[in-house]
Design a protein around this ligand. Structure first.
Ligand code: HEC
Length: 237
């Protein structure tokens, strides 16, 4: 039996035979994509330089939509589908209110509308959580946001890291779901639980001394705020 004539001939490389000029063809496309990305980057940089980086502005619709979409995708679907395991009782709601007044109200307000000095000067601003945008988030999504925080915003991560179940965080989710039903009495009670700074405590002590027949209270030490006429706590709505 004789060998085929071209048995020793080198076998041509399959890719080079089927796709001649492959690299050259894609190099053009890569160059276009790369130049577009550089162009978009330069436009963004120019926009930032012209507009500044003040947190007084509001995010554009594009920024907000992109940020919310990324945040949504960053919570795995399994976590998003979770339903609050803590039953809604007067006690669990009361714990949620107390926790909120102490940890969250400085930015979000006792009423969850974000109308606070800090909340309105962040970028993005603390949202009005009574609105559908927040209420449409699932229990699991609210839980994940509270537990992990939101990058590049003022929203910090709360509770201990890891996957351990955190009933306190679930009670905050219950609180958010019930924002619409907060009564004026509950709001008043929450105001008495809001954190007080040492300076405010000192002002209050001096005012109490004065009312008990002591010296006229000294004006508060210089701060970013105009001196208030009398010692009073910074009111959180
Ligand atoms: C230092 C300010 C600050 C504090 C304190 C804070 N947050 Fe936030 N929070 C924010 C900001 C800013 C956002 C908006 C983030 C965004 O746009 O993605 C936010 C967003 C959220 C959201 C998502 C709402 C939505 O519709 O996007 C939830 C839920 C939330 N916070 C819960 C809490 C809870 C619960 C606490 C207290 C344990 C808390 N936050 C404390 C600043 C704060």
């Amino acid at each position: 039996m004789s060998e085929p004539e071209n048995a020793e001939a080198p076998i041509p490389h399959p890719a080079s035979k089927r796709h001649p000029g492959l690299i050259q063809r894609y190099a053009g496309a890569c160059l276009i994509v790369f130049s577009s990305l550089v162009g978009i980057g330069l436009l963004c940089a120019g926009w930032i330089v012209l507009h500044g980086v003040s947190t007084r502005d509001n995010p554009t619709v594009l920024e907000e939509t992109a940020a919310r979409a990324m945040r949504h995708l960053a919570v795995p679907a399994g976590e998003r589908r979770r339903v609050n395991p803590v039953p809604q009782t007067p006690e669990s709601l009361a714990e949620g209110r107390a926790h909120w007044a102490d940890h969250c109200a400085s930015c979000h307000g006792n009423d969850g509308r974000g109308n606070t000095e800090i909340g309105q000067h962040l970028f993005p601003k603390a949202p009005d959580m009574t609105l559908p945008k927040t209420q449409a988030l699932t229990d699991g999504e609210l839980y994940a946001i509270i537990k992990n925080g939101v990058r590049l915003t003022g929203m910090p991560a709360w509770g201990s890291p890891g996957s351990a179940e955190d009933p306190q965080t679930w009670k905050l989710v219950l609180f958010i779901r019930n924002l619409q039903h907060l009564t004026p009495e509950e709001l008043d009670q929450m105001k008495s639980m809001n954190p007080v700074s040492p300076m405010e405590l000192e002002e209050q002590r001096k005012a109490d001394d004065f009312l008990n027949g002591g010296d006229v209270p000294e004006p508060a030490s210089p701060s970013h705020h105009p001196a208030r006429p009398r010692a009073s706590r910074k009111e959180i709505p």
